[in-house]
Design a protein around this ligand. Structure first.
Ligand SMILES: [Zn+2]
Length: 297
């Protein structure tokens, strides 16, 4: 298990990675058409094995949550895909049956101990464990948690869900299975950034990958971290911030948010916790004379 510390001594935040899956999932050139042989050669020294499968030419992506323990609170950031969720068009994440909750318990939190669930956005791989199946109904997995949800993202998907011309279930059915049961059950705090959650955590808008994507900024006595969700999916995008992952609500906005977040992380020295980057999963961003580079591991 990967565990990170932000801050000093008894006030420190302890942050553990809770893995759901970690696999080579997409051909690199399908996701990033700009990924030439020349670029592959230039980055070969760090790409494999954590971020790239050299045998297949596929990029490796992790799907994980971050469990943060701070000031007596247990906060779960992003909720993976979840078990028993039918996603036939996403075969790697279809009808999963993983020991995610056992891993969460091993990291120090049983479901009833989680105080806050915070989703960077409402895509299927970030809200899955919001709910679990109980007697044929989707119920909150974390019975005592407040779920912090980006209001602009919620409004975006609620509008799509209510549109009579929508022929497909919104976000593979995720909105109805993993989001509405939380909001309708009165468990959600719908927030619009910038928004301060408590003395340690601030929610900042970083839209573009989804309409209401947010990042979470942590400050523990001057020690910083940023949970950046899907502002970037792969460390290649630190070197090439204009490279977008294909699925975005607004491609130009996604690029602008990526540059803003890279700038924020580089200028503050924050420890950066992405949603899908491979081992060692968290690290730093450095400004260079040409742009940025990652310092992970
Ligand atoms: Zn994602």
């Amino acid at each position: 298990m990967s565990v990170f510390t932000v801050g000093e001594a008894r006030n420190a935040a302890k942050i553990a990675r809770i893995e759901e899956t970690y696999l080579p999932v997409y051909r690199a050139t399908d996701i990033f058409p700009e990924f030439t042989g020349e670029i592959r050669a230039a980055h070969a020294h760090w790409l494999a094995p954590g971020h790239f499968d050299a045998a297949t030419g596929f990029i490796k992506l992790s799907v994980h949550s971050w469990l943060m323990q701070i000031g007596g609170n247990k906060i779960l950031i992003d909720c993976c895909c979840g078990n028993n969720k039918a996603r036939p068009t996403r075969p790697f994440w279809n009808m999963l049956d993983t020991p995610y909750l056992d891993r969460l318990a091993a990291a120090g939190a049983r479901p009833e101990e989680i105080d806050y669930v915070m989703c960077t956005h409402l895509h299927h791989d970030h809200v899955g464990w919001n709910t679990r199946l109980n007697d044929g109904r989707w119920v909150p997995t974390f019975p005592n948690a407040r779920y912090v949800i980006s209001k602009p993202d919620f409004e975006y998907y609620r509008k799509l869900d209510a549109d009579p011309s929508s022929t497909e279930p919104v976000e593979f059915g995720t909105f109805r299975e993993c989001v509405l049961p939380i909001v309708d059950g009165g468990r959600a705090d719908l927030v619009t950034g910038p928004h301060r959650l408590n003395e340690y955590l601030e929610i900042l808008p970083a839209p573009g990958h989804s309409a209401g994507h947010v990042v979470f900024k942590l400050d523990v006595g001057g020690a910083r971290a940023v949970f950046i969700g899907d502002v970037l999916h792969h460390l290649l995008q630190v070197y090439y911030p204009h490279w977008n992952f294909p699925k975005n609500s607004d491609a130009e906005e996604a690029r602008a948010s990526r540059r803003m977040v890279l700038e924020l992380c580089a200028s503050t020295g924050a420890l950066v916790f992405p949603g899908h980057v491979g081992a060692p999963f968290a690290g730093h961003i450095e400004a260079t004379d040409k742009g940025f580079r990652p310092r992970f591991g």
